[in-house]
Write a protein that binds this ligand. Sequence first.
Ligand SMILES: [Zn+2]
Length: 399
Amino acid sequence: MTNHLDSDIAELREAALGYGARHHVIADCAWPEGKRIAVNFTADFDAMLLRRVLNEPPMQLAKGEFGGRVGIWRLIELFDGHGVKATIFTPGRICELYPEAVKAAAHSGHEIADHMWEHRVPKEPELEADHLRRATAAIERLTGRRPVGTRSWHTSALLRQEGYIYNSRKVPDHRPHYIRDEKGPEGMLNLPFHYAIDDAMFYNFAWLNTENAAQRMADPDRVFEIWWAAFWQQYQAGGYLNICLHPFVSGRALRIAMLDRLIGRMKTLPGVWFPSCEEVARHCLRACPPACTGRLTGDAEDALEGRLYHLRRARHPRCGTALARQPPLLRQPGGGPESALRPRGNSRRGPQDAGGALRHPWRAGRAARRAAAPPPPRDLRRAGGDRRDPCGEGAGAAR
Ligand SMILES: [Zn+2]
């Protein structure tokens, strides 16, 4: 019995050692001059594709379709109105189904990044490469620009070969970090997100074929409070926040209104940076390339006992930078951050209740865009989305 336990623990420590050796946090994650926090708004433009891959019921497919017809347009309007550069992770198949939406997002200056060809990565290396190349080409065809970012399970070696510089999927740390390949010395930058900051965890029932008992239909005000608290914690630490949205989930009106209030409140603070993931990645690669990084986990003991924060207070042995630069905690005038930062009046109201266009950049931005006369997305909505019927033959995961 004891021998079994010893060997189990030895095995765990071996695994933790290997894991720790491959994961490298970026030492002293400092942002450009004047920026205290980087906030990435990322949208996984899955529409009904993931639903089909998982063989979910028809109503789930309809929910996904809403994301392509309406949700994505609302998110683009929201981000444009606030001057936020978002990153839209787009499967290649979605480029075929909703080309106008992808083009409009790119035209607004948002980053269009890869989210696999049909939301899965084949096991066969040749087929995997074929999928990645198809997805890359589909995005390039619509945007005129080759994507450099991905949210996928593709192997790092293949991604590098195809010109990708970052991934955004794993969550071993809350700051950008490097993950080295299991075989070989090279790795890839990862911009982590977390399921606690993922709209699907709060607003979506039957997610991934779950039973009704697992329904998650949170009040947007509650999600606002949770995400604001996460932002505030990272703001104080001079950190990073990656907010993961899905157009078919967050595209609903009340949730858009919540995001409008959330971004508006973030913008009341100095030093909040809303770049695309590509901008963050290029900054990290330039300011702290892989050669100058600290180990995320020191050894098996640290990994097993969770002493990451203790380790980070040390200085990196090679470059000498502090592994955890922790700015002093901020105190808001007039009490805690909640009361001091809450806008005058009832901040829980939706935009339509709270005043005119000047107080609501989303509305002001919409008016400005109308004046500039870009192709009107509403016409497309009335016409039922993009040219191809997403419910029709050949849509979704099946070829
Ligand atoms: Zn997805």
